[in-house]
Design a protein around this ligand. Sequence first.
Ligand code: SF4
Ligand code: SF4
Length: 443
Amino acid sequence: MEKIAPSKGFKLKLAGMPDTSVIRLSRPATVGVSALDIPHIRPKLLVKEKQAVKTGTPLFHDKRDPDIRYVSPGTGPVKQIRFGPRRRLVEVVIALDGMDDFVEFDPVSPADLNSLSDPDLTDRLKQGGMWQTLRQLPSRDTADSRSTPPLIIVCLNGNDLFSPHPGRVLEDKIKPFEFGLAILQRFSDRVIVAARKSSMDRLEPVRHRITHQVADIYPAWDPGAILYHIKTKAEENQAWYIHVEGLIRMAQFLETGRYPVETLVTVTKGKDKKPHMITRLGAPVRLLAGNFSPESVITTGQLNGRKVDPDTHLGFFETTLNILPDAPDDEMFGFLRPGLNKPTVSKTFLSCLVNKEVQLDGTLHGEERACINCGYCETICPVDLMPSFIMKALHGDDIEEALQLGLLDCCRCGLCSFTCPSKIELTQILSLGMDTHHKDKQG
Ligand code: SF4
Ligand code: SF4
Protein backbone atom coordinates (compact mmCIF):
# COMPACT_ATOMS: atom_id res chain seq x y z
CA MET A 1 0.00 0.00 0.00
CA GLU A 2 1.41 3.37 -1.02
CA LYS A 3 1.31 6.19 1.52
CA ILE A 4 0.60 9.80 0.62
CA ALA A 5 1.52 12.41 3.23
CA PRO A 6 1.39 15.93 1.81
CA SER A 7 3.29 18.50 3.84
CA LYS A 8 0.65 21.20 3.38
CA GLY A 9 -3.05 21.34 4.18
CA PHE A 10 -5.33 21.91 7.13
CA LYS A 11 -4.29 20.39 10.45
CA LEU A 12 -6.53 22.14 12.97
CA LYS A 13 -8.75 20.04 15.22
CA LEU A 14 -12.40 20.84 14.54
CA ALA A 15 -15.26 20.06 16.90
CA GLY A 16 -18.19 18.03 15.61
CA MET A 17 -16.76 14.71 14.41
CA PRO A 18 -19.86 12.48 14.02
CA ASP A 19 -20.42 9.43 16.17
CA THR A 20 -20.01 6.21 14.17
CA SER A 21 -23.25 4.67 15.45
CA VAL A 22 -26.05 4.50 12.86
CA ILE A 23 -29.76 5.31 13.10
CA ARG A 24 -32.47 4.96 10.46
CA LEU A 25 -34.62 8.03 9.90
CA SER A 26 -38.36 7.81 9.28
CA ARG A 27 -39.60 7.88 5.69
CA PRO A 28 -39.69 11.49 4.47
CA ALA A 29 -42.87 13.02 3.02
CA THR A 30 -40.93 14.34 0.03
CA VAL A 31 -37.68 13.69 -1.81
CA GLY A 32 -35.95 16.03 -4.20
CA VAL A 33 -33.39 15.85 -6.95
CA SER A 34 -31.31 18.97 -6.62
CA ALA A 35 -29.57 20.30 -9.71
CA LEU A 36 -27.40 22.74 -7.77
CA ASP A 37 -24.45 20.52 -6.91
CA ILE A 38 -24.15 18.91 -10.35
CA PRO A 39 -21.30 20.69 -12.11
CA HIS A 40 -21.54 21.91 -15.70
CA ILE A 41 -24.77 20.14 -16.70
CA ARG A 42 -27.43 21.80 -18.81
CA PRO A 43 -30.61 20.21 -17.47
CA LYS A 44 -33.68 19.65 -19.63
CA LEU A 45 -36.82 18.88 -17.67
CA LEU A 46 -38.68 15.74 -18.66
CA VAL A 47 -41.66 15.95 -16.25
CA LYS A 48 -44.41 18.37 -15.26
CA GLU A 49 -45.89 19.23 -11.89
CA LYS A 50 -48.52 16.72 -10.68
CA GLN A 51 -47.24 14.04 -13.09
CA ALA A 52 -46.99 10.62 -11.39
CA VAL A 53 -43.48 9.14 -11.46
CA LYS A 54 -42.00 5.81 -10.43
CA THR A 55 -38.72 5.30 -8.58
CA GLY A 56 -36.25 5.47 -11.46
CA THR A 57 -38.35 7.65 -13.81
CA PRO A 58 -36.10 10.25 -15.52
CA LEU A 59 -36.84 13.76 -14.20
CA PHE A 60 -34.30 15.66 -16.30
CA HIS A 61 -31.42 14.88 -18.59
CA ASP A 62 -28.20 16.60 -19.54
CA LYS A 63 -28.74 18.42 -22.86
CA ARG A 64 -25.07 17.80 -23.70
CA ASP A 65 -25.78 14.04 -23.65
CA PRO A 66 -29.52 13.29 -23.41
CA ASP A 67 -28.77 9.66 -22.49
CA ILE A 68 -27.45 10.83 -19.10
CA ARG A 69 -30.54 10.89 -16.91
CA TYR A 70 -31.29 12.10 -13.41
CA VAL A 71 -34.04 9.91 -12.04
CA SER A 72 -36.60 10.01 -9.28
CA PRO A 73 -35.54 8.50 -5.93
CA GLY A 74 -39.20 7.89 -5.02
CA THR A 75 -42.69 7.08 -6.27
CA GLY A 76 -45.51 9.62 -6.30
CA PRO A 77 -46.62 12.85 -7.99
CA VAL A 78 -44.20 15.66 -8.86
CA LYS A 79 -45.09 18.13 -6.13
CA GLN A 80 -42.99 21.09 -7.20
CA ILE A 81 -40.41 22.15 -9.76
CA ARG A 82 -38.29 24.93 -8.32
CA PHE A 83 -36.37 27.38 -10.48
CA GLY A 84 -33.79 29.97 -9.44
CA PRO A 85 -32.66 33.16 -11.16
CA ARG A 86 -32.77 33.03 -14.99
CA ARG A 87 -35.01 29.95 -14.71
CA ARG A 88 -32.12 27.79 -13.61
CA LEU A 89 -33.47 24.47 -12.36
CA VAL A 90 -33.01 24.22 -8.58
CA GLU A 91 -34.78 20.95 -7.80
CA VAL A 92 -37.63 18.61 -8.66
CA VAL A 93 -39.65 17.58 -5.60
CA ILE A 94 -41.64 14.32 -5.42
CA ALA A 95 -44.37 13.70 -2.79
CA LEU A 96 -43.82 10.10 -1.73
CA ASP A 97 -46.69 7.60 -2.04
CA GLY A 98 -46.97 4.70 0.34
CA MET A 99 -45.28 2.04 -1.79
CA ASP A 100 -42.36 2.15 -4.19
CA ASP A 101 -43.05 1.23 -7.78
CA PHE A 102 -39.76 0.84 -9.67
CA VAL A 103 -38.74 1.32 -13.29
CA GLU A 104 -37.32 -2.16 -13.92
CA PHE A 105 -34.15 -3.01 -15.86
CA ASP A 106 -32.87 -6.53 -16.54
CA PRO A 107 -30.58 -7.46 -13.64
CA VAL A 108 -26.91 -8.18 -14.35
CA SER A 109 -25.09 -10.44 -11.89
CA PRO A 110 -21.30 -10.22 -11.43
CA ALA A 111 -21.04 -13.44 -13.45
CA ASP A 112 -23.03 -11.85 -16.30
CA LEU A 113 -20.97 -8.67 -16.43
CA ASN A 114 -18.69 -9.87 -19.22
CA SER A 115 -21.69 -10.69 -21.41
CA LEU A 116 -22.52 -6.94 -21.59
CA SER A 117 -20.63 -5.07 -24.30
CA ASP A 118 -18.90 -1.81 -23.32
CA PRO A 119 -21.52 0.36 -25.11
CA ASP A 120 -24.36 -1.65 -23.49
CA LEU A 121 -22.83 -1.22 -20.04
CA THR A 122 -22.37 2.53 -20.51
CA ASP A 123 -25.86 2.91 -21.95
CA ARG A 124 -27.46 1.00 -19.08
CA LEU A 125 -25.66 3.13 -16.48
CA LYS A 126 -26.78 6.30 -18.28
CA GLN A 127 -30.42 5.19 -18.63
CA GLY A 128 -30.52 4.09 -15.00
CA GLY A 129 -29.30 7.43 -13.61
CA MET A 130 -25.91 6.05 -12.53
CA TRP A 131 -23.35 7.25 -15.09
CA GLN A 132 -22.93 10.68 -13.48
CA THR A 133 -21.47 9.13 -10.33
CA LEU A 134 -18.30 8.85 -12.46
CA ARG A 135 -16.54 12.21 -12.66
CA GLN A 136 -13.56 13.40 -14.61
CA LEU A 137 -10.64 15.55 -13.48
CA PRO A 138 -9.60 18.31 -13.68
CA SER A 139 -13.01 19.89 -14.46
CA ARG A 140 -14.94 17.51 -12.16
CA ASP A 141 -17.54 17.25 -14.89
CA THR A 142 -19.44 14.00 -15.62
CA ALA A 143 -17.02 11.44 -17.08
CA ASP A 144 -16.78 11.60 -20.87
CA SER A 145 -17.96 8.19 -22.05
CA ARG A 146 -16.15 8.65 -25.40
CA SER A 147 -12.76 8.71 -23.64
CA THR A 148 -10.70 5.97 -22.01
CA PRO A 149 -9.51 7.08 -18.58
CA PRO A 150 -5.79 6.61 -17.82
CA LEU A 151 -6.83 5.68 -14.28
CA ILE A 152 -9.87 5.70 -12.00
CA ILE A 153 -9.60 6.82 -8.38
CA VAL A 154 -12.06 5.31 -5.92
CA CYS A 155 -12.34 7.64 -2.92
CA LEU A 156 -13.44 5.89 0.25
CA ASN A 157 -13.82 9.21 2.09
CA GLY A 158 -16.14 12.04 1.13
CA ASN A 159 -14.93 15.57 0.48
CA ASP A 160 -15.78 17.00 3.87
CA LEU A 161 -13.80 16.49 7.08
CA PHE A 162 -16.97 15.00 8.60
CA SER A 163 -18.22 12.90 5.68
CA PRO A 164 -19.61 9.44 6.54
CA HIS A 165 -17.06 6.92 7.79
CA PRO A 166 -16.32 4.49 4.92
CA GLY A 167 -16.43 1.59 7.37
CA ARG A 168 -20.10 2.42 7.92
CA VAL A 169 -20.80 3.01 4.21
CA LEU A 170 -19.30 -0.38 3.38
CA GLU A 171 -20.93 -2.29 6.21
CA ASP A 172 -22.81 -5.28 4.70
CA LYS A 173 -21.89 -3.99 1.25
CA ILE A 174 -18.61 -5.71 0.55
CA LYS A 175 -20.11 -7.71 -2.35
CA PRO A 176 -21.48 -4.66 -4.21
CA PHE A 177 -18.15 -2.91 -3.54
CA GLU A 178 -16.25 -5.79 -5.15
CA PHE A 179 -18.74 -5.84 -8.04
CA GLY A 180 -18.32 -2.07 -8.39
CA LEU A 181 -14.55 -2.47 -8.74
CA ALA A 182 -15.11 -5.11 -11.44
CA ILE A 183 -17.38 -2.64 -13.30
CA LEU A 184 -14.68 0.06 -13.15
CA GLN A 185 -12.11 -2.38 -14.53
CA ARG A 186 -14.22 -2.48 -17.68
CA PHE A 187 -13.35 1.21 -18.22
CA SER A 188 -9.67 1.30 -17.17
CA ASP A 189 -6.80 -1.10 -16.49
CA ARG A 190 -5.73 1.04 -13.57
CA VAL A 191 -8.17 1.43 -10.68
CA ILE A 192 -6.80 2.75 -7.40
CA VAL A 193 -8.58 2.84 -4.05
CA ALA A 194 -7.65 5.53 -1.50
CA ALA A 195 -8.57 5.86 2.18
CA ARG A 196 -7.75 8.23 5.04
CA LYS A 197 -5.38 6.85 7.63
CA SER A 198 -7.90 7.43 10.42
CA SER A 199 -10.53 5.35 8.56
CA MET A 200 -8.39 2.24 8.35
CA ASP A 201 -9.58 0.88 11.72
CA ARG A 202 -12.95 -0.17 10.25
CA LEU A 203 -11.76 -1.12 6.77
CA GLU A 204 -10.25 -4.53 7.49
CA PRO A 205 -12.63 -6.41 5.09
CA VAL A 206 -11.47 -4.27 2.13
CA ARG A 207 -7.91 -3.59 3.25
CA HIS A 208 -6.48 -5.78 0.49
CA ARG A 209 -8.23 -3.51 -2.05
CA ILE A 210 -6.79 -0.25 -0.70
CA THR A 211 -3.85 0.84 -2.83
CA HIS A 212 -3.23 4.27 -1.26
CA GLN A 213 -3.43 5.41 2.34
CA VAL A 214 -3.55 9.19 2.70
CA ALA A 215 -2.64 11.29 5.72
CA ASP A 216 -5.29 12.95 7.86
CA ILE A 217 -4.48 16.41 6.61
CA TYR A 218 -7.40 18.01 4.81
CA PRO A 219 -7.81 17.64 1.78
CA ALA A 220 -5.26 14.82 1.21
CA TRP A 221 -8.10 12.38 0.35
CA ASP A 222 -9.60 14.59 -2.36
CA PRO A 223 -9.19 12.91 -5.80
CA GLY A 224 -7.45 16.00 -7.22
CA ALA A 225 -4.98 16.08 -4.32
CA ILE A 226 -4.35 12.32 -4.66
CA LEU A 227 -3.75 12.67 -8.38
CA TYR A 228 -1.37 15.58 -7.83
CA HIS A 229 0.81 13.41 -5.62
CA ILE A 230 0.84 10.25 -7.78
CA LYS A 231 0.70 11.42 -11.38
CA THR A 232 3.69 10.78 -13.56
CA LYS A 233 2.36 11.84 -17.01
CA ALA A 234 0.26 14.74 -18.29
CA GLU A 235 -2.44 12.36 -19.70
CA GLU A 236 -3.25 11.31 -16.13
CA ASN A 237 -4.73 14.76 -15.54
CA GLN A 238 -7.86 13.37 -17.24
CA ALA A 239 -8.35 10.65 -14.59
CA TRP A 240 -11.87 9.67 -13.56
CA TYR A 241 -12.97 9.31 -9.95
CA ILE A 242 -15.92 8.00 -8.00
CA HIS A 243 -16.86 8.06 -4.32
CA VAL A 244 -17.56 4.79 -2.56
CA GLU A 245 -21.29 5.53 -2.13
CA GLY A 246 -21.67 6.00 -5.89
CA LEU A 247 -19.68 2.84 -6.61
CA ILE A 248 -21.87 0.72 -4.34
CA ARG A 249 -25.07 2.19 -5.77
CA MET A 250 -23.85 1.56 -9.33
CA ALA A 251 -23.26 -2.11 -8.50
CA GLN A 252 -26.59 -2.44 -6.65
CA PHE A 253 -28.42 -0.92 -9.62
CA LEU A 254 -26.88 -3.38 -12.10
CA GLU A 255 -27.45 -6.37 -9.85
CA THR A 256 -31.09 -5.62 -8.98
CA GLY A 257 -32.18 -3.66 -12.06
CA ARG A 258 -33.67 -1.06 -9.68
CA TYR A 259 -32.53 2.42 -8.71
CA PRO A 260 -31.11 2.16 -5.13
CA VAL A 261 -32.68 4.80 -2.92
CA GLU A 262 -30.86 4.63 0.40
CA THR A 263 -27.98 6.80 1.49
CA LEU A 264 -25.90 7.37 4.62
CA VAL A 265 -25.45 10.95 5.78
CA THR A 266 -23.83 12.85 8.62
CA VAL A 267 -24.97 16.08 10.25
CA THR A 268 -22.56 18.21 12.24
CA LYS A 269 -23.91 20.67 14.76
CA GLY A 270 -21.59 22.42 17.23
CA LYS A 271 -19.97 19.97 19.59
CA ASP A 272 -22.83 17.43 19.35
CA LYS A 273 -21.74 13.91 18.53
CA LYS A 274 -24.51 13.00 16.13
CA PRO A 275 -24.86 9.48 14.75
CA HIS A 276 -24.70 8.57 11.06
CA MET A 277 -28.19 8.48 9.53
CA ILE A 278 -29.65 6.13 6.95
CA THR A 279 -32.19 7.99 4.87
CA ARG A 280 -33.51 8.30 1.35
CA LEU A 281 -31.56 9.97 -1.41
CA GLY A 282 -32.62 13.59 -1.71
CA ALA A 283 -34.14 13.69 1.80
CA PRO A 284 -35.42 17.08 3.03
CA VAL A 285 -32.77 19.23 4.72
CA ARG A 286 -35.15 20.00 7.61
CA LEU A 287 -35.66 16.31 8.33
CA LEU A 288 -31.89 15.79 8.53
CA ALA A 289 -30.95 18.95 10.37
CA GLY A 290 -33.57 18.71 13.14
CA ASN A 291 -33.98 21.87 15.20
CA PHE A 292 -31.56 24.66 14.47
CA SER A 293 -31.55 28.33 15.31
CA PRO A 294 -32.67 30.77 12.61
CA GLU A 295 -29.21 32.40 12.77
CA SER A 296 -27.55 29.20 11.57
CA VAL A 297 -26.01 28.76 8.20
CA ILE A 298 -26.21 25.26 6.69
CA THR A 299 -23.44 24.10 4.39
CA THR A 300 -22.50 20.82 2.77
CA GLY A 301 -18.86 21.14 3.80
CA GLN A 302 -16.95 22.93 6.53
CA LEU A 303 -14.46 24.48 4.10
CA ASN A 304 -15.73 23.97 0.56
CA GLY A 305 -19.44 23.14 0.52
CA ARG A 306 -22.42 25.07 -0.80
CA LYS A 307 -24.77 27.07 1.39
CA VAL A 308 -28.06 25.21 1.61
CA ASP A 309 -31.61 26.57 1.75
CA PRO A 310 -33.23 24.61 4.64
CA ASP A 311 -36.44 24.28 2.60
CA THR A 312 -34.71 22.24 -0.13
CA HIS A 313 -33.39 18.69 -0.32
CA LEU A 314 -29.94 17.14 -0.07
CA GLY A 315 -28.01 17.27 -3.35
CA PHE A 316 -27.13 14.45 -5.72
CA PHE A 317 -23.55 14.00 -4.44
CA GLU A 318 -24.00 15.35 -0.94
CA THR A 319 -23.65 13.19 2.15
CA THR A 320 -23.06 15.71 4.89
CA LEU A 321 -24.63 18.83 6.37
CA ASN A 322 -22.89 21.27 8.70
CA ILE A 323 -24.99 23.58 10.83
CA LEU A 324 -22.77 26.52 11.70
CA PRO A 325 -23.58 29.51 13.91
CA ASP A 326 -23.71 32.69 11.85
CA ALA A 327 -22.56 35.44 14.26
CA PRO A 328 -22.57 39.08 13.15
CA ASP A 329 -19.37 40.24 11.44
CA ASP A 330 -18.92 43.14 13.85
CA GLU A 331 -17.86 41.49 17.08
CA MET A 332 -18.05 43.90 20.05
CA PHE A 333 -14.46 44.47 21.30
CA GLY A 334 -13.32 41.66 19.02
CA PHE A 335 -9.78 43.10 18.94
CA LEU A 336 -9.52 42.68 22.75
CA ARG A 337 -10.56 39.02 22.77
CA PRO A 338 -7.85 36.38 23.02
CA GLY A 339 -9.56 34.11 20.49
CA LEU A 340 -9.20 30.89 22.47
CA ASN A 341 -11.99 29.30 20.44
CA LYS A 342 -11.17 30.81 17.06
CA PRO A 343 -9.55 28.67 14.41
CA THR A 344 -6.35 30.22 13.14
CA VAL A 345 -3.85 29.21 10.52
CA SER A 346 -1.74 32.36 10.75
CA LYS A 347 -1.41 31.93 14.55
CA THR A 348 -3.16 35.28 15.15
CA PHE A 349 -5.27 33.91 18.02
CA LEU A 350 -4.32 32.16 21.26
CA SER A 351 -6.15 29.03 20.11
CA CYS A 352 -2.92 28.07 18.33
CA LEU A 353 -1.32 27.51 21.74
CA VAL A 354 -3.96 25.19 23.19
CA ASN A 355 -4.58 21.72 21.87
CA LYS A 356 -8.36 21.79 21.84
CA GLU A 357 -11.06 21.37 19.26
CA VAL A 358 -12.31 24.61 17.72
CA GLN A 359 -15.54 25.29 15.90
CA LEU A 360 -15.95 27.08 12.58
CA ASP A 361 -18.77 29.55 12.04
CA GLY A 362 -20.22 31.39 9.09
CA THR A 363 -18.63 34.71 9.99
CA LEU A 364 -16.03 36.42 7.83
CA HIS A 365 -14.54 38.46 10.74
CA GLY A 366 -13.96 41.48 8.51
CA GLU A 367 -14.35 42.72 4.97
CA GLU A 368 -12.48 41.93 1.77
CA ARG A 369 -9.34 44.02 1.35
CA ALA A 370 -6.52 44.16 -1.18
CA CYS A 371 -3.98 41.32 -1.26
CA ILE A 372 -1.05 42.11 1.03
CA ASN A 373 1.24 39.46 -0.47
CA CYS A 374 1.55 37.71 2.89
CA GLY A 375 1.87 34.30 1.23
CA TYR A 376 -0.38 32.44 3.71
CA CYS A 377 -2.48 31.03 0.85
CA GLU A 378 0.66 29.57 -0.71
CA THR A 379 1.92 28.01 2.51
CA ILE A 380 -1.34 26.09 3.01
CA CYS A 381 -2.20 25.04 -0.56
CA PRO A 382 -2.06 21.22 -0.68
CA VAL A 383 -1.09 21.16 -4.36
CA ASP A 384 1.69 23.75 -4.11
CA LEU A 385 -0.06 26.52 -6.02
CA MET A 386 0.45 30.25 -5.59
CA PRO A 387 -3.23 31.19 -5.43
CA SER A 388 -2.62 34.95 -5.26
CA PHE A 389 -0.57 34.89 -8.49
CA ILE A 390 -3.22 32.81 -10.25
CA MET A 391 -5.90 35.20 -9.01
CA LYS A 392 -3.98 38.14 -10.44
CA ALA A 393 -3.53 36.37 -13.80
CA LEU A 394 -7.28 35.65 -13.91
CA HIS A 395 -8.12 39.24 -13.00
CA GLY A 396 -5.94 40.28 -15.93
CA ASP A 397 -7.81 37.84 -18.23
CA ASP A 398 -4.54 36.00 -18.81
CA ILE A 399 -5.81 32.42 -18.79
CA GLU A 400 -2.57 31.13 -20.36
CA GLU A 401 -0.57 32.51 -17.44
CA ALA A 402 -3.09 31.04 -14.95
CA LEU A 403 -2.80 27.65 -16.65
CA GLN A 404 0.98 27.81 -16.55
CA LEU A 405 0.79 28.56 -12.85
CA GLY A 406 -1.11 25.29 -12.40
CA LEU A 407 -4.74 26.51 -12.24
CA LEU A 408 -6.08 23.07 -13.25
CA ASP A 409 -4.38 21.39 -10.29
CA CYS A 410 -6.57 23.35 -7.86
CA CYS A 411 -8.81 20.94 -5.98
CA ARG A 412 -11.20 23.67 -4.78
CA CYS A 413 -10.55 22.72 -1.17
CA GLY A 414 -11.32 26.21 0.19
CA LEU A 415 -8.17 26.48 2.31
CA CYS A 416 -6.74 29.55 0.58
CA SER A 417 -9.97 31.52 1.14
CA PHE A 418 -10.11 30.29 4.73
CA THR A 419 -6.60 31.39 5.53
CA CYS A 420 -6.48 34.70 3.61
CA PRO A 421 -6.26 37.60 6.11
CA SER A 422 -7.63 39.93 3.41
CA LYS A 423 -10.80 37.79 3.15
CA ILE A 424 -10.33 37.28 -0.59
CA GLU A 425 -12.55 34.53 -2.00
CA LEU A 426 -9.64 32.88 -3.78
CA THR A 427 -11.32 29.48 -4.17
CA GLN A 428 -14.34 31.09 -5.81
CA ILE A 429 -12.11 33.08 -8.19
CA LEU A 430 -10.03 30.03 -9.16
CA SER A 431 -13.11 27.80 -9.52
CA LEU A 432 -14.73 30.35 -11.83
CA GLY A 433 -11.51 30.48 -13.87
CA MET A 434 -11.46 26.68 -14.20
CA ASP A 435 -15.16 26.46 -15.06
CA THR A 436 -14.92 29.20 -17.68
CA HIS A 437 -11.90 27.50 -19.25
CA HIS A 438 -13.77 24.15 -19.31
CA LYS A 439 -16.84 25.77 -20.89
CA ASP A 440 -14.71 27.52 -23.54
CA LYS A 441 -13.01 24.20 -24.37
CA GLN A 442 -16.39 22.51 -24.79
CA GLY A 443 -17.49 25.30 -27.17
S1 SF4 B 1 -5.61 27.10 -4.69
FE1 SF4 B 1 -6.85 27.22 -2.84
S2 SF4 B 1 -8.65 25.97 -3.29
FE2 SF4 B 1 -7.10 25.48 -4.81
S3 SF4 B 1 -6.06 23.69 -3.96
FE3 SF4 B 1 -4.88 25.49 -3.35
S4 SF4 B 1 -5.71 26.03 -1.33
FE4 SF4 B 1 -7.18 24.63 -2.26
S1 SF4 C 1 -3.38 35.00 1.73
FE1 SF4 C 1 -4.61 36.63 0.80
S2 SF4 C 1 -3.50 38.47 1.23
FE2 SF4 C 1 -2.06 36.81 1.58
S3 SF4 C 1 -1.01 36.51 -0.42
FE3 SF4 C 1 -2.75 35.15 -0.42
S4 SF4 C 1 -4.37 36.35 -1.42
FE4 SF4 C 1 -2.79 37.82 -0.78
